[in-house]
Design a binder for this molecule. Structure first.
Ligand SMILES: Nc1ncnc2c1ncn2[C@@H]1O[C@H](COP(=O)(O)OP(=O)(O)OP(=O)(O)O)[C@@H](O)[C@H]1O
Ligand SMILES: [Mg+2]
Length: 276
């Protein structure tokens, strides 16, 4: 079943230096599965994810032939209806949690806000749910974290708090932008298994944006490979490491090799044809 379908999505910024086309005609559909998006820095991964939530700030402009989520036309919804969708139905774990958590509000109050207001839970019920959510992302001292302000958390802790916060309302679609990049390998594995469980057991759809091709190959079902705002290749994740497209091969060649010599990273060959 299709949860999200995106046709010919474009994101552009009218800047003083001219028009920047960050996303140039991206199409894909997503069921209750794990879709990876990879590509070099600046290729448009984050803008693609934010567009689904219509969270691109001016002067950025989103256009699409179609952007449908669960039968609703996202391009036609009012800002008010979009706000109702963000969080409970579609959630996004942002690349940098520092900018998504409110710096002057305790973590616990942020986690409990939706539970209190949207779900009308009492303070103690909301607190218990917040603790459970933090424990689910392997935070071992949830009580301390609830009382902390975002700047008191390490990058990895901030990322886990963000993931907990996004999962509390049980979204149908989660867009995770480099969600595990600041986590050590064991915590990363635990967080991925939580996301995996949600896709498998609750039928959540997941868009997983990452620089880590090996991780995406292992963890996702399908992958979009982006270059300069376009999808140059779409393939089954298990085929990613053996991809034929020269750009994807270039990305693979940039992966550091375990046990390999630490020479300079190979340059990425670029071909104007891929961006057409
Ligand atoms: N406010 C803005 N004004 C102009 N251009 C912008 C703005 N925000 C983003 N862009 C451009 O949009 C393009 C895509 O950016 P995006 O953040 O989606 O890349 P990305 O693939 O997520 O990169 P990274 O891997 O570094 O996170 C980039 O070329 C970027 O310079
Ligand atoms: Mg990004």
């Amino acid at each position: 079943m299709t949860l999200l379908s995106v046709k010919n999505l474009r994101v552009s910024f009218d800047t003083e230096a001219g028009l920047v086309e960050a996303v140039r005609g991206v199409s894909f559909s997503l069921g209750r599965e794990r879709l990876g998006i990879v590509g070099e820095s600046g290729s448009g991964k984050t803008m693609t994810g934010r567009s689904v939530l219509r969270l691109v700030r001016p002067p950025g402009r989103i256009e699409a032939e179609e952007m449908r989520f669960d039968g609703q036309d996202l391009m036609a919804l009012s800002e008010r209806d979009m706000r109702r969708l963000r969080g409970p139905r579609i959630a996004m774990v942002m690349q940098d949690p520092k900018y998504s958590l409110n710096p002057v509000m305790k973590v616990g109050d942020q986690l409990m806000e939706g539970l209190r207001q949207r779900d009308r839970l009492s303070r103690s019920e909301a607190r218990a749910k917040a603790v459970a959510a933090l424990e689910a992302v392997q935070i071992r001292d949830p009580e301390r974290v609830l009382e902390a302000y975002p700047h008191e958390l390490s990058g990895g802790m901030g990322q886990r708090v963000m993931i907990a916060m996004m999962l509390i309302p049980n979204p149908d679609l989660l867009i995770a932008d480099e969600p595990t990049s600041a986590l050590d390998v064991t915590v990363q594995a635990e967080v991925l298994s939580i996301l995996d469980g949600l896709v498998r057991d609750r039928g959540m759809g997941l868009i997983f944006i990452s620089h880590d091709l090996r991780l995406v190959a292992r963890f996702c079902d399908r992958v979009l490979v982006m270059y300069k705002g376009r999808v140059v290749e779409e393939l089954a994740a298990r085929d990613l490491l053996a991809a034929r497209h020269p750009y994807t091969q270039g990305l693979l060649n940039c992966l550091p090799r375990i046990g390999g010599d630490r020479g300079p990273l190979p340059g990425l060959d670029r071909n104007a044809e891929w961006a057409r």
